[in-house]
Design a protein around this ligand. Structure first.
Ligand SMILES: Nc1ncnc2c1ncn2[C@@H]1O[C@H](COP(=O)(O)OS(=O)(=O)O)[C@@H](OP(=O)(O)O)[C@H]1O
Length: 262
């Protein structure tokens, strides 16, 4: 779960007594406090607020851009009560064998989102150990295993219809975030409020970031732990990984009906 730790929350309140400075500090720390301020404001009014289980879940896949997807949506969505969508992201749900059944028991109508990207890139992003040399593909090693998308995908489809599990293209989320976010907004039944005009490409970061807005006084890129530099991987290791994933990718394209062309 991506909840704000209570102690950190209190510490920030102590050091930043004004709403805007707390917001700025939270933004530097990569925390979205917008909802919390809105929540406190609403609590003082006559509006009755209730705790809700999620209507939508970002279930994975680890290192495919799940944080970017979550931040792009929540930063730019205006605060609203009617038709509000409660979302949560936990990338490990994708590969947790018991998760589909448990999520179904929680809410059989929940909408599921999985971000997927070329499993070769994903594997490299997932591990800092040295690749290459005499290295051979070990299918049971988690950084490799997680990229075999067809298996968990099948597991989720035993509990949820295909139309309720949106596959977001992790490569497109980087090169054309507005287009992928449009698909997500449609899927969630939300108005297309996040568009091209909310993004810019930050050449230092090498990734798209959000432009400043009413709730964010400065442009917002993902934190330092996202979009890191990765070591150079030699070509023979990449081709070993490509060969390994090819049949698994084909299976995934067949089941999903989408050719990701990895
Ligand atoms: N806009 C933007 N900014 C920064 N990074 C971006 C963005 N869009 C996608 N990505 C890619 O997302 C990778 C991290 O994926 P996740 O957020 O799913 O990681 S995690 O599973 O939650 O740890 C991250 O991988 P790393 O570079 O290894 O950090 C990026 O390649």
């Amino acid at each position: 779960m991506n909840n704000i730790p209570f102690t950190l929350n209190n510490a920030i309140k102590k050091f930043a007594s004004y709403k805007n400075s707390a917001r700025n500090l939270a933004s530097i720390l990569g925390i979205n406090f917008g909802d919390e301020f809105e929540y406190r404001r609403l609590k003082k009014t006559s509006v009755s607020l209730t705790k809700k289980l999620p209507d939508a879940l970002i279930i994975g896949v680890k290192k495919c851009g799940t944080r970017a997807l979550l931040e792009f949506i929540r930063e730019k969505m205006p605060a609203t009560l009617e038709g509000q969508v409660t979302m949560e992201k936990t990338p490990s749900y994708w590969v947790t064998k018991t998760a589909p059944k448990r999520v179904h028991a929680m809410n059989p109508a929940v909408k599921l989102i999985a971000v997927v990207r070329d499993p070769v890139t994903r594997a490299i992003m997932n591990s800092s150990v040295r690749w290459g040399g005499t290295w051979s593909v070990d299918a049971s090693w988690p950084p490799v295993r997680i990229g075999i998308y067809s298996r968990p995908y099948r597991r989720w489809l035993r509990w949820f219809p295909k139309e309720r599990l949106l596959l977001v293209n992790g490569e497109r989320l980087v090169v054309d975030p507005a287009a992928e976010i449009a698909r997500v907004q449609d899927f969630l039944g939300l108005k297309r409020v996040i568009t091209d005009k909310h993004f810019y490409f930050n050449s230092t970061k090498g990734f798209p970031c959000l432009l400043k807005s009413e709730t964010k006084p400065v442009p917002h890129c993902l934190g330092k732990t996202k979009g890191r530099n990765h070591p150079h991987i030699d070509i023979s290791t990449i081709s070993k990984l490509k060969d390994f994933y090819r049949p698994h990718n084909e299976k995934f394209y067949k089941i999903s009906g989408i050719n990701f062309k990895w």
